[in-house]
Design a protein around this ligand. Structure first.
Ligand SMILES: [Zn+2]
Length: 245
């Protein structure tokens, strides 16, 4: 059915971004004859960071394409794993994703994180300057044009967030190589070299294995280790590739 606008179909994964009345297939959508399809999709509530291929009457078009009345537009989600070109894969997480940042670091994934809310412009600028993929649940932030790249984090549950990011970007996993506190690299250490940094009880009870090259935090096999081992084991079992490029 042709009308004054287009018929817009969002991929199922993208429908949560649209208002409930616009989540069906072939939703009649007004156009002004001048705006790009990218603008139309953003106006429907979908961040372009989440959009993969755009099909107009079955043919792929760029986001700059200007749709015409009567066309049928299909919006697909990004493919997984999503390749990131132009820089090594590394991330920047917004202030709400601290747990996810620590889990990514636990797996050796470069995950910068701002402890304080430095504001959207500063986050976007850092993403651009350091070529980091910005992870956020804030759609407004993901719309900022300065971003090097961005990705919406679909869940508010840290376990699901981790699986989301690992399945989307397939980063190389190198567990126990990065400081969960500051994102610095860990180096091997032993009790003798770091003994003066430990409480006396800790020194007796635990097996020191690493120290952060940046903040000098010492890591040992302590009380929380079993829980962290489980997170690592599950991630490696599902997303594998420890130490492989
Ligand atoms: Zn550190």
């Amino acid at each position: 059915m042709n009308g004054p606008g287009i018929e817009l179909t969002l991929a199922p994964e993208l429908r949560l971004f649209a208002p409930p009345s616009r989540r069906a297939e072939r939703v009649p959508t007004g156009i002004d004859g001048a705006s790009s399809i990218g603008h139309v999709v953003e106006s429907a509530g979908v961040p372009l960071t989440e959009v993969g291929r755009l099909l107009v009457d079955g043919e792929e078009v760029p986001v700059s394409y200007v749709p015409r009345a009567g066309q049928s537009v299909e919006v697909l989600a990004v493919s997984r794993p999503q390749p990131i070109t132009g820089a090594p894969l590394r991330f920047l997480l917004d202030v709400h994703l601290g747990t996810l940042a620590r889990r990514l670091r636990l797996l050796g994934v470069d995950a910068a994180y701002e402890n304080e809310d430095i504001g959207d412009p500063a986050l976007a600028t850092r993403s651009a300057a350091e070529h980091r993929v910005l992870l956020s649940r804030d759609r407004g932030l993901l719309r900022r044009r300065e971003l090097f790249a961005g990705a919406y984090v679909y869940s508010d549950n840290p376990d699901e967030q981790l699986r989301d990011v690992l399945s989307r970007f397939a980063p190389t996993l190198a567990p126990w190589t990065r400081c969960t506190a500051c994102n610095g690299s860990l180096r091997d250490a032993d009790k003798d070299s770091v003994g003066d940094r430990l409480e006396h009880g800790t020194q007796r009870s635990y097996d020191v294995f690493a120290q952060c090259a940046d903040c000098e935090r010492v890591y040992w096999r302590g009380a929380h280790h079993a829980r962290l081992e489980r997170i690592v084991a599950e991630a490696v079992a599902e997303f594998g590739g420890v130490g492989t490029a």
